[in-house]
Design a protein around this ligand. Structure first.
Ligand code: ATP
Ligand code: MG
Length: 438
């Protein structure tokens, strides 16, 4: 059904029979939030990724709610509610581990300095001016992310042609793409992420500016980019995302050192290594296995660490010290683009440093390494290195064998090499001579 609102814009309302979203696919907790807000006299809709994904038959990652209640009013309705964010103030309603994110309709009008702040480069530093649903629509990023599911009559409300773009499999920014990317350069990463995740194409108007605007991403606070980076690479389609980010020049802003290494390919080595790490993690995700962010991040930066450590060694530094130094240096540069939690950098260091210990295969050292909490990750890392020419295959095979070997076999494997017989003989001859002389 098409209706006109008071501004003369057309609104399409898709009734329950015109779309495939059923209430049973919606999280119980999201429904509770919608009904409670409605009962308290507010408007409340499901919006964003959950509507977009449900229309495709995907299970949504999370459920987002949009309402005309202010964050404070939302907090008054729910006891289990916390307000978060300064740049974009939101209410989080907690149900055990599930969080329903409730956002107040944003307005496109500019507000006072306290509520809305725009940087001279066009970046929106704060976006807390509230409005109504029609204003909220145009504050959203892509048309397919601006579909509202109405709990009152189970309809999908579309102010902007999102449903048609959704059916056509096209990602289109709302408004002027250049302005929208400048307002929030993270939208460039979102464009890539959604394109890969949904299998949608980028509308040419949104694709073209990427090449030129990619450097704007550098202005985004490093803390915000950590979560974005995880979503990009741990989505199950990390390899495809990586290729696309490289294509638009976005990867070099996120991982400048890795990108530099990719530019100086050596027998295709670093490129293959990062790609294989991503492929490996995509495979694990598809098998329902766990993946850790530190593993991939270690892979992204390994080549940089190695090359810096080798420089240090050439200057006369001992191997272990050289790698410690290189790890610190590489990490300190990386956290300028993407801030990494301490527990992550600690684990990355361990994965790197354990690579050196794989070379020590005599005596008690291999046993100690086997019981190290990061052994498994470090061993998987070694396998990747050997598959892509960065470590001896024989070394990886030795460690594969050692883990499953019987006690007796392990003992044999770690025994110091025998002294050469020839020398013993020579000494015997010597001593005989001596005694003869004496
Ligand atoms: P997913 O949850 O699958 O990552 P999503 O589209 O739900 O995808 P969220 O980050 O949960 O992404 O955001 C919810 C909605 O909020 C989006 O669909 C979009 O409408 C709006 N939104 C989020 N980030 C931005 C942004 N940077 N600029 C404009 N609108 C945004
Ligand atoms: Mg979401």
């Amino acid at each position: 059904m098409v209706t006109e609102n008071n501004k003369g814009n057309s609104v399409r309302v898709y009734s329950r029979s015109e779309h495939n979203i059923s209430r049973s696919q919606i999280s119980e907790n999201a429904l509770k939030v919608l009904y409670r807000l409605k009962k308290s006299g507010y408007e409340a809709y499901l919006v964003g990724g959950c509507v977009r994904d449900l229309l495709l038959g995907f299970e949504p990652k999370d459920f987002d709610v949009a309402t005309d209640a202010s964050p404070e009013e939302v907090r008054n309705v729910f006891r289990n509610c916390r307000l978060i964010g300064r740049r974009f103030r939101l209410a989080h309603v907690h149900f055990g581990r599930e969080i329903i994110e409730v956002a107040t309709f944003r307005s496109s009008e500019s507000g006072n300095d306290d509520d809305q702040r725009v940087h001279k480069d066009g970046r929106l530093l704060r976006d807390n001016v509230f409005g109504n649903i029609e204003e909220d629509v145009i504050r959203r990023d892509f048309t397919v992310n601006a579909l509202y599911y109405n709990i009152r009559d189970f309809s999908v409300v579309d102010f902007i042609g999102g449903m048609e773009d959704h059916s056509a499999g096209v990602l289109k920014l709302i408004g002027d793409p250049v302005t929208r990317y400048k307002e929030d350069p993270v939208r460039m990463l979102r464009a890539v992420r959604f394109s890969v995740k949904l299998g949608f194409s980028l509308d040419p108007s949104c694709e073209k500016p990427l090449f030129e605007l990619a450097p704007l991403l550098a202005a985004i606070p490093a803390a915000r980019l950590y979560d974005e980076a995880l979503k990009l690479f741990l989505s199950g389609k990390g390899l495809q995302t990586f290729e696309m980010l490289r294509h638009y020049g976005l990867f070099s802003i996120l991982f400048p050192q890795s990108d530099q290494c990719l530019e100086i390919e050596d027998h295709d080595f670093p490129r293959i290594f990062i790609a294989r790490a991503l492929e490996n993690s995509d495979q694990r995700i598809s098998e329902g296995k766990s993946v850790t962010p530190y593993f991939l991040l270690s892979a992204f930066l390994w080549e940089s660490v190695q090359s810096l450590a080798k420089d240090k060694e050439r200057q006369g530094e001992e191997e272990g010290v050289a790698y410690q130094y290189a790890a610190s240096e590489v990490l300190s540069i990386q956290v300028k683009s993407i801030s990494l939690p301490k527990r992550i950098t600690q684990s990355m260091r361990e994965v790197w440093m354990l690579q050196l210990r794989f070379n020590r295969r005599v005596g008690v050292k291999p046993y100690r390494l086997l019981s190290h909490p990061r052994f498994r990750a470090a061993y998987d890392f070694l396998l990747l290195r050997s598959e892509t020419g960065g470590a001896e295959e024989e070394l990886a095979a030795w460690w594969t064998k050692f883990q499953d070997a019987s006690e007796a076999e392990q003992k044999k494997m770690t025994r110091p090499p025998r002294k050469k017989k020839k020398k013993v003989m020579a000494r015997k001859v010597d001593s005989t001579n001596n005694s003869a002389n004496g």
